[in-house]
Design a protein around this ligand. Structure first.
Ligand code: AHR
Length: 542
């Protein structure tokens, strides 16, 4: 109506006015129509090819590792409440949190830090609890640290959830001797004074330490060191880490962050002692400055896409490190049978702390955006399965991009928890080569690929596919050729919501949870998936 004015009806006067009005209405309608068309705009089809007949490197289960530091209520209150707590516990460990982590199949936990590790002296955390010294946690809020959670408690914790242990030694304020004696205390089986002490403290058999790290962020809180200085220190420390045959952990050097490469370069150039892997830290932080971080909830679409664009930088950072390591390896060809590991042992989102919380405790809510961040990171890690054999998200409970949030006796699983749960079949699966052609999701100054994906052959023989639609407005149609496999059954789970910042709360703990996904079907040899906007989907094909 009002469209198609007839200028023949007259020039000027009422008709001319009508004509102008008609044009105005037409223009408005056209604008409204284009707006609607834009909103309903179909995104270009995402074309994927998965080579099921060419399994590559195994995705080490430790890629799904966790980081638990003495920071805020990451351990005290979140994991360990003590035997006398009214919160239901076993030997002081929260029953609810232990059960949730067990269900997550956490493969490995990194402890005791982080920055905390370089001021931690392990002898403070053994023996009768009431005799343990009280220190100040200078890194995180300046609160008292009573050392109630020490070496025995850590191993009790990882045993309870079925995880392996990654212990971070103190280089910043420790000594090679202190680190060597801790290793002996944990892993020794000969009759020594330290082993007797461990036994007297209640642990007869040695524990298994899977990874022993020499320092943390030595370029920063770990001592503000120059790369060459740390490389020398690393040589010295690593030379004295000894235990009986079969009990030696992997030794991990503290490496670079973000796009930096100076530490990897110095370590690869100067280290002569045993070194199994080098770490890389990268947090998704909206800048440009640390003070300008985004809020965990109530963000705009700019905050959504900016976060995802920053997350995807992980790919380039790993690629750069991988190329650098490969160059060193090629130059020494024949000397090494196994690739140097690149362990991303701190990653995740870092937002402004929740209003009212202690800013030193790094408490933040966790939304659908974090779930998409986690899936996008997993899809990147899987691409580098032969190099990235371990990662640890920061952190397990109540800190940064946590799996679990607690408030006194209450506990909630976050959207990130659910994505870790959905991706469990990728643990120890063989990565499958995947090619993807996807459209762009653009907003303001940012642009990211609409769909992120990875695939693997799971240990049960099924093909698992992880998909994330980064676009918060448009559905993605994914059409995948699965080469070298006949598919007769598809099952799947999806995590999505109406709001970009959908999250669980203590009042509504199950607002966001995975649901059965029915948007995938085989069409002849092709897998067709309708991937809702802002969603994470994991499919299992048999
Ligand atoms: O995860 C919080 C902190 O971030 C760690 O203690 C430190 O290593 C990093 O800077």
């Amino acid at each position: 109506p009002g469209w198609n004015p007839n200028p023949q009806e007259g020039i000027g006067g009422r008709n001319m006015k009508n004509w102008r009005l008609g044009h105005l209405a037409a223009a408005l309608l056209l604008a409204a129509f284009s707006e609607c068309a834009m909103m309903a705009e179909e995104s270009p089809e995402t074309a994927v090819t998965i080579h099921a007949d060419r399994p590559g490197a195994v995705i080490n289960k430790n890629v799904y590792g966790q980081f638990s530091e003495h920071l805020g209520s990451g351990i005290y209150g979140g994991i360990f409440v003590g035997e006398d707590s009214p919160i239901p516990n076993t030997r002081g460990f929260r029953n609810d949190v232990i059960a949730a982590l067990k269900e997550l199949k956490v493969p490995m936990v990194r402890w005791p830090g982080g920055c905390f590790a370089d001021e931690y002296h392990w002898r403070d955390g053994i023996g009768p609890r009431d005799k343990r010294p009280i220190r100040i946690n200078t890194n995180w809020g300046g609160v008292s640290e009573n050392n109630a959670f020490g070496t025995h408690e850590f191993f009790d914790f990882v045993d309870m959830i079925g995880a392996d242990a990654y212990v971070n030694a103190n280089v910043g304020t420790g000594s090679p001797q202190e680190a060597a004696r801790w290793l002996e205390y944990m892993t020794g089986e000969q009759d020594t004074t330290l082993v007797r002490e461990r036994r007297a403290n209640g642990r007869d058999k040695p524990w298994k330490v899977s990874i022993y790290a020499m320092g943390n962020e030595t370029w920063g809180c770990g001592g503000n060191m120059r790369p060459e200085y740390y490389a020398d220190l690393y040589n010295q420390y690593a030379a004295f880490m000894k235990t009986q045959p079969g009990a030696m952990p992997e030794l991990l050097a503290s490496g670079d962050h973000d796009d930096q490469t100076a530490f990897t370069t110095a370590l690869m150039t100067h280290v002569r002692s045993r070194m199994d892997a080098i770490s890389l830290h990268y947090y998704t932080i909206l800048g440009p400055r640390w003070e300008n971080k985004d809020t965990a909830t109530g963000f705009t679409e700019a905050g959504w896409i900016n976060t995802l664009a920053n997350t995807l930088k992980m790919d380039g950072f790993i690629k750069k490190q991988d190329a650098l390591l490969s160059d060193f390896e090629k130059a020494r060809s024949g000397m090494q049978s196994r690739k140097m590991g690149l362990y991303v042992d701190e990653w995740g989102t870092w937002y402004k702390p929740e209003p009212g919380s202690n800013p030193g405790f790094l408490v933040q809510q966790n939304t659908l955006r974090d779930a998409v961040v986690a899936a996008a990171n997993f899809n990147i890690f899987h691409k580098y399965a032969d190099r990235v054999r371990m990662t640890a998200i920061a952190q397990t409970v109540n800190v940064l991009q946590a799996m679990i949030l607690t408030d006194g006796p209450k506990m909630i699983r976050t959207p990130t928890y659910h994505v870790f749960h959905m991706y469990r079949p990728f643990q120890n699966a063989a990565s499958l080569p995947l090619e993807i052609r996807t459209g762009e999701y653009r907003y303001d100054q940012w642009s990211v690929p609409q769909v992120s994906a990875s695939a693997a052959k799971a240990v049960d023989g099924s093909i698992v596919i992880g998909l994330a639609n980064l676009d918060p407005r448009r559905t993605a149609s994914v059409s995948a050729a699965i080469e070298g496999a006949r598919i007769s059954q598809i099952t799947g789970e999806i995590l999505t919501a109406e709001e970009m910042d959908a999250h669980n709360t203590f009042e509504n703990p199950n607002a966001l949870h995975p649901e059965v996904f029915t948007g995938a079907k085989m069409d002849g040899p092709r897998l067709e998936v309708t991937l809702p906007a802002k969603s994470v989907v994991v499919l299992k094909l048999q």
